[in-house]
Design a protein around this ligand. Structure first.
Ligand code: UDP
Length: 238
């Protein structure tokens, strides 16, 4: 595996990555686009675990804002991540990539339960492990689930795939002078409240010295270039 900077990655996909133009729901074409990038990375010999969110289907906050019990609304969000995980599984398997879906909330007929050592074994065998169900606990995000699983599964890096090419000091969509960070420390990311991850996820990464790489998934080569160590996106590290 010469020439690779990272050998085992955790790829964090927001649910919106699966949505079509309208910004919600699951667009199988988007799932296939993502699956192609994941296949390319697997073909480089990199172990890939994926945590997927559910913002395209449901967010706990939406329910909470309309008066639902917050924990119930969050459980609905976690269930929605499993739908996204299955959509991704379907797309990957269509391209011949072997996958296993594990869920933090047990649902035996559609996914394996999350078992850390089993997930590691799948990765060692070259299977892409898709982790649904978030952390299995309300009041968390799938970014925190990604930080947790990346640490547990001994990943070299957490790659946060977004629609922009890194972390900016202000919103590049509204401010033409927004500046992209090539690197930023965990502490600065937390203190400056940059739009990268929630503070629980960032703190977990910081405490475990897990680097976070934020890149644009829709740039076709960004992921493979990053894995070869080329400067892509923004690296959040010590
Ligand atoms: N969620 C949760 N616990 C977790 C992960 C997720 O309760 O460990 C719920 C929460 O309601 C969240 C929803 O699942 O709003 C979808 O996850 P997230 O918002 O992180 O998805 P993304 O923004 O990545 O699409």
């Amino acid at each position: 595996m010469d020439g690779l900077k990272y050998h085992r990655i955790l790829l964090k996909l927001s649910g919106e990555a699966l949505a079509g133009e309208e910004g919600f729901g699951i667009n199988p074409q988007n799932a296939l686009d993502i699956a192609r990038r994941v296949r390319d990375v697997r073909e480089m010999g990199v172990d890939v675990a994926i945590v997927i969110g559910a913002g395209n289907l449901w967010r706990g906050r939406v329910g909470q804002n309309s008066g639902m019990d917050p924990a119930t609304a969050d459980y609905m969000g976690m269930l929605a991540t499993v739908m996204n995980a299955l959509a991704l599984m379907d797309a990957l398997e269509k391209l011949g990539v072997v996958t296993r879906v594990q869920s933090a909330i047990e649902m035996h007929s559609v996914a394996e339960p999350y078992i850390r050592r089993r997930a590691i074994r799948h990765l060692e065998k070259g299977r892409v492990v898709i982790l649904g169900g978030g952390t299995g606990n309300p009041y968390f995000t799938t970014d925190t689930a990604a930080a947790l699983r990346a640490t547990e599964l001994c990943c070299d890096v957490l790659i946060k795939a977004t629609k922009v090419d890194g972390v900016y000091d202000s919103d590049p969509k509204t401010n033409p002078n927004a500046r992209r960070f090539e690197t930023i420390t965990y502490m600065d990311a937390i203190n400056q409240r940059v739009q990268v991850m929630d503070s629980t996820a960032l703190t977990l990464c910081m405490d475990n010295k897990l680097p976070i790489l934020v890149l644009n998934l829709w740039d076709e080569t960004a992921l493979s270039r990053a894995l070869k160590g080329e400067p892509v996106g923004t690296l959040v590290a010590e």
